[in-house]
Design a protein around this ligand. Structure first.
Ligand code: AKG
Ligand code: FE2
Length: 363
């Protein structure tokens, strides 16, 4: 992996927010450029492939291309929407908790999910907006006025993020020498899928009781486009001896990571790295943390199994059994399986993803 020297030359902190401390360990993620990927820079394609195999997380520099700067503008607007959304009363927000209908769209209150095997509860709120709702592929869900008013911005952010996902999938498809369009045909913008935008708010935690706000997990889908501004996101690099390290937020960048579906499609060639959200480090811990995420997932009926057609994808081993599960069922199991308000006795392991495979520890 590259050293972090290449990020010291950019503006490291977000205006109006306390700085990320210099004395905590950070993940040396590759910093890729959207402009270079769009210009078909083959060295940049190679780095994307490398990041997908080695850790499954990287920064994407969005400055310097029109697509990137317009996505950054949309993200800025939606950060403001997220603040207004979470300011609504709890009573109002709870009207949009659709989990009882087996849906992971809408509101999730703080403390609704367990974050570890000990049963500790999460410390953040979510609001998930369905791509299909915004794109007119499904019936619109009830939503608070602030979200009705920002539908156009949400649509623009979704399209911009989805286009980045498509670009990444196309490059990885070519790198794997899969038949043209294999990956993008499983992620069509107008097909029914669990793609969503997520707003997250984590309030400051008491100084003497700072814990995990969002439990360790791998993302469920294919490609995640994440915007955050305060530290707190941590990744667990591969290997038995690995320790949690922070991902330092960088202005002008998205953090991109691969999810379980990409691990399954490539039978473990690509990684879906384990990550979690801890309290923001140092003086950042006194501020409210917001994130904005676009999760791209395979279309609902896509089976999550090894793809045929690439010599680079390892074959299924003799003692390996592939579970027959489609994208929709996988996501519901993972998204709702750790909800204490829905499941009587949460079986933490039953709703696990590809963590074991991603840790690259042979058992
Ligand atoms: O808030 C963040 O930085 C990460 C959130 C995350 O990992 C998720 O929502 O899956
Ligand atoms: Fe995540």
């Amino acid at each position: 992996m590259e050293s972090q020297a290449n990020i010291t030359d950019i503006v490291n902190n977000f205006p109006g927010l306390p700085p990320f401390p210099d004395d905590v360990s950070t993940a040396p993620l590759l910093r890729l450029s959207l402009g270079k990927l769009l210009a078909e820079d083959i060295h940049e394609f190679e780095r994307l492939f490398q990041a997908s195999v080695e850790i499954g997380f990287f920064y994407l520099d969005l400055e310097g291309s029109q697509h990137g700067t317009s996505l950054l503008r949309d993200a800025d607007e939606l950060f403001k929407v997220g603040e207004r959304l979470f300011q609504l009363s709890l009573e109002e927000k709870k009207k949009y908790d659709f989990s009882a209908q087996n849906s992971y769209f809408g509101y999730k209150g703080q403390g609704a999910a367990v974050v570890d095997q000990q049963g500790n509860l999460d410390r953040n709120e979510f609001y998930n907006i369905s791509k299909d709702d915004i794109m007119g592929v499904s019936e619109p869900l009830p939503a608070p006025e602030v979200l009705h008013q920002s539908r156009k911005q949400t649509e623009s952010f979704m399209k911009g993020s989805h286009a980045i996902v498509e670009l990444i999938l196309k490059i990885l498809n070519d790198k794997l020498s899969l038949p043209e369009g294999t990956l993008s045909n499983l992620h069509r913008l107008k097909a029914v899928s669990g793609d969503q935008v997520r707003f997250i708010k984590a309030p400051p935690q008491p100084a003497d009781d700072r814990r995990t706000a969002l439990g360790q997990h791998t993302d469920f889908g294919s490609v995640t486009v994440l915007f955050n501004r305060l530290g707190g996101l941590q990744v667990l690099p591969p290997g038995a001896e690995a320790e949690w390290v922070y991902v330092r937020p960088l202005p002008g960048h998205a953090i991109i990571n691969l999810g379980d579906a990409m691990v399954k499609f490539t039978n473990g060639l690509f990684r879906s790295n384990i990550h979690r959200v801890a309290a923001p480090p140092g003086i950042q811990g006194d501020s409210t943390r917001y994130s904005l995420v676009y999760f791209a997932r395979p279309e609902d009926n896509v089976m999550l199994r090894r793809l045929e057609g690439s010599d680079l994808i390892p074959p299924i081993e003799e003692d390996q059994v592939e579970e027959a599960i489609n994208s929709k069922d996988w996501i519901i199991r993972r998204a709702l399986g750790r909800r204490v308000d829905l499941v009587k006795n949460v079986d933490y392991d039953k709703s696990a993803g590809t963590e074991q495979m991603s840790r690259r520890i042979k058992v």
